[in-house]
Design a protein around this ligand. Sequence first.
Ligand SMILES: Cc1cc2nc3c(=O)[nH]c(=O)nc-3n(C[C@H](O)[C@H](O)[C@H](O)COP(=O)(O)O)c2cc1C
Length: 199
Amino acid sequence: MGVYTVAITGASGSAYGMRLVEQLLTRGHGVTLIFTDAGRQVTAYELGFSLPSEGAREAVLRFLDVDETARLRMVDDADIFDAVASGTRKVDAMVVCPATMGFVGSVASGLASDLAERAADVMLKERRTLVLVPRETPLNLIHLRNLTSVTEAGAIVVPAMPAFYAKPKTIDDLVDFVVGKVLDVLGVEHDLLRRWGGG
Ligand SMILES: Cc1cc2nc3c(=O)[nH]c(=O)nc-3n(C[C@H](O)[C@H](O)[C@H](O)COP(=O)(O)O)c2cc1C
């Protein structure tokens, strides 16, 4: 089973990040989950889920309807002493989902100014898998340059762009398409999307 770090930042689409965490946990994988401060606020606004300061882990598990035995660690973004701040911690991959353009810019500049940014920086320096799921439109030249920089540094950019050839009927279908693409990149088994041509 894999060990993953997931960061939910303040871009629209925290539903993608929460569904990703739910899928990883229910498939037996370990997840360290970090919300940026803006990620926490946008999640509360879009999903009606407010992360409590006490009992955050239990609250996330309840919201996701995932069993208490799930391998979930919740870590505060300010906790720069956490294990994922170090390359010595074994992590298979990190996914930032959704990723703000600010977060992408910080990674592109190597700022590492909080735990999520530092954990992403560590993935790149250790040559491990870092997946960024940006959600912004339209994109300015700075966004495009930063997306190029992080790709050159080894990150994989999976934009939150649901496709319509699968004939989605619900918002959940749209979310699942994007999360399915992320899980494909991680090499994690799932049944979230219908594959073109079957299989
Ligand atoms: C409702 C709402 C939606 C937002 N959507 C986006 C978005 O889709 N993409 C983005 O890059 N920033 C978006 N932002 C702006 C970020 O939340 C803001 O830049 C924040 O400072 C990012 O901080 P973080 O990267 O530490 O999470 C949104 C803000 C709000 C309040």
